[in-house]
Design a protein around this ligand. Structure first.
Ligand code: HEC
Ligand code: HEC
Ligand code: HEC
Ligand code: HEC
Ligand code: HEC
Length: 360
């Protein structure tokens, strides 16, 4: 057996056991169940016992559902595409190496990206921001663990981390966790409090988070309608990641005598998914921010070139001007986020972010 085969086997064995065995120190925390016992950390449920608040945040997050998420199961052909497991059911980062693409595991299917995936150290102990030898889980400080590189292990497939690196946020030292893991207060068993970090990771499924990303402005300049979108809040492109995320600026001109918007529920509106000529009272797509798939022949939206990535980089602005037809009494404009570009306004995959109306 040559060296690399043996090394490979050794790594395999190590990974299969989720790392080597860790010893828990005795603590005055009142939890003696673990005292003096040897614990092998392999499931998020072990952490739940003492970190119920963190567990509850993580449970239901897209990290926890990564392997059970119906959208992922559909696209991965129920994980018959095995390469999809690499990041959706990963072994601990530290086993593969921080910043390296993770390897798949075959256990704890309902835990997706688990506590263990992120927090297990190469020696089988727990990693955190601080050395806490007195805590029952005895976390050790690891800069690799809380660095952007750790998120990048899985989050650079579609260049989100590279986009961040090119932004002012990287320069200023505002990390992924600063925006996606906000500070929260935690209460200890003895009733005292300390600061922690939220484990919900809001992103493309969180309307409030999405609304933070874009500043949508609608105005009239002479006989032109001016629509503009600035990425003011995302530390990377807006939208980022998945090639099928899309952000649409749409508008319609209302001739005099048109019913007020309240009488026309959003669900009844036709989908503005195709570029088209403005026609009174029909929604027209002014601009779509999106990264196309490699084999897409048609541009992602009006004004784009075939294969052009129109996502808005951090701090970038896109402005579109449209002539206002004679006889227009009012203009309405909307900003939509779509989890896939192939869905209409009434789809649950579409989120209405902003709505404006200008009386002319
Ligand atoms: C027997 C109880 C117990 C278990 C089980 C446990 N922890 Fe802890 N952990 C604690 C206590 C207590 C603290 C200290 C909290 C404080 O600051 O008061 C702590 C602190 C931490 C910290 C904070 C370190 C820092 O940066 O300050 C991390 C991270 C952590 N635990 C992760 C985990 C993970 C992940 C698991 C499961 C693999 C786990 N713990 C299991 C009790 C436990
Ligand atoms: C290199 C790591 C990695 C691999 C490999 C990977 N993904 Fe993902 N996937 C991610 C990350 C990170 C996200 C979250 C970012 C996002 O939503 O765009 C994600 C999100 C998704 C989503 C969006 C889920 C939702 O609810 O909107 C789908 C669907 C998906 N992946 C399918 C797949 C399929 C199918 C494969 C295999 C062909 C795959 N992924 C392989 C990292 C990966
Ligand atoms: C081991 C791989 C892995 C690591 C490490 C990882 N993620 Fe993820 N992340 C994923 C996957 C996979 C998804 C999507 C799962 C799904 O939707 O099914 C995801 C989803 C997300 C989402 C999107 C949630 C949503 O609702 O769309 C955010 C935000 C996120 N991760 C932030 C982070 C941050 C910040 C870090 C670093 C602290 C990080 N992730 C580390 C794999 C990872
Ligand atoms: C995607 C990676 C990831 C996953 C999954 C994850 N954590 Fe964390 N966790 C982090 C990061 C990063 C920090 C440190 C944030 C910082 O201080 O910059 C952290 C901090 C903590 C802390 C200390 C701060 C606080 O809020 O108390 C505890 C405790 C903790 N995690 C426990 C857990 C437990 C328990 C689970 C599973 C239920 C879990 N983590 C899942 C990445 C993760
Ligand atoms: C300045 C704040 C900020 C920083 C820094 C930041 N993000 Fe985001 N992120 C956002 C906002 C706002 C959104 C929602 C808009 C969007 O989807 O683009 C978002 C969305 C996401 C999503 C959801 C994508 C999807 O398809 O659902 C992922 C994943 C993500 N960010 C990962 C990261 C990672 C990884 C880093 C670090 C390399 C990072 N973010 C840095 C603010 C930030």
């Amino acid at each position: 057996m040559n060296f690399s085969v043996r090394l490979g086997l050794a790594i395999g064995v190590l990974a299969a056991f989720g790392g080597v065995i860790a010893f828990l120190s005795l603590s005055g925390d009142g939890n003696t169940a673990h005292a003096g016992r040897t614990v092998r950390w392999e499931s998020s449920r072990q952490c739940q016992e003492c970190h119920q608040d963190v567990y509850d945040e993580w449970h239901g997050s897209h990290h926890q559902i990564a392997f059970t998420n119906p959208e992922v199961r559909k696209l991965s052909d129920d994980f018959r595409k095995e390469e999809c497991m690499d990041c959706h059911l990963p072994r601990p980062l530290a086993v593969t190496g921080f910043g390296k693409r993770t390897l798949p595991r075959r256990t704890h299917f309902d835990e997706g990206v688990s506590c263990i995936s992120c927090h297990l150290g190469p020696d089988g102990g727990i990693l955190g921001r601080n050395d806490r030898p007195e805590a029952p889980c005895a976390p050790k400080r690891s800069e690799d663990f809380f660095a952007v590189e750790a998120c990048a292990s899985c989050h650079n497939q579609h260049w989100t981390t590279d986009q961040w690196r090119a932004s002012r946020y990287a320069e200023e030292g505002t990390t992924c966790s600063d925006c996606h893991m906000q500070e929260v207060e935690r209460t200890r068993a003895d009733g005292s409090t300390r600061m922690g970090r939220s484990h919900v990771w809001p992103g493309g499924h969180d309307k409030a988070m999405l609304r933070k990303a874009g500043k949508f402005e609608v105005s009239r300049d002479g006989d032109e309608l001016v629509l503009s979108l600035t990425n003011v809040g995302a530390g990377h492109n807006f939208p980022t990641e998945e090639r099928h995320r899309a952000v649409d600026m749409v508008y319609r001109f209302l001739p005099a005598g048109t019913a007020p918007p309240a009488a026309q529920p959003a669900a009844a509106q036709p989908a503005a998914v195709e570029a088209g000529q403005p026609s009174p009272s029909d929604w027209t797509l002014a601009w779509r921010a999106r990264q196309p798939y490699r084999d897409e022949a048609t541009p992602v939206g009006p004004g784009a070139k075939p294969q052009e990535n129109t996502q808005l980089a951090a701090d970038a602005t896109k402005t579109v001007r449209v002539p206002i037809p004679a006889g227009t009494a009012a203009v309405e404009a909307r900003l939509w986020y779509r989890a896939t570009p192939f869905c209409g306004d009434d789809s649950p995959l579409s989120t209405l972010l902003e709505e404006r109306r200008i009386e002319l």
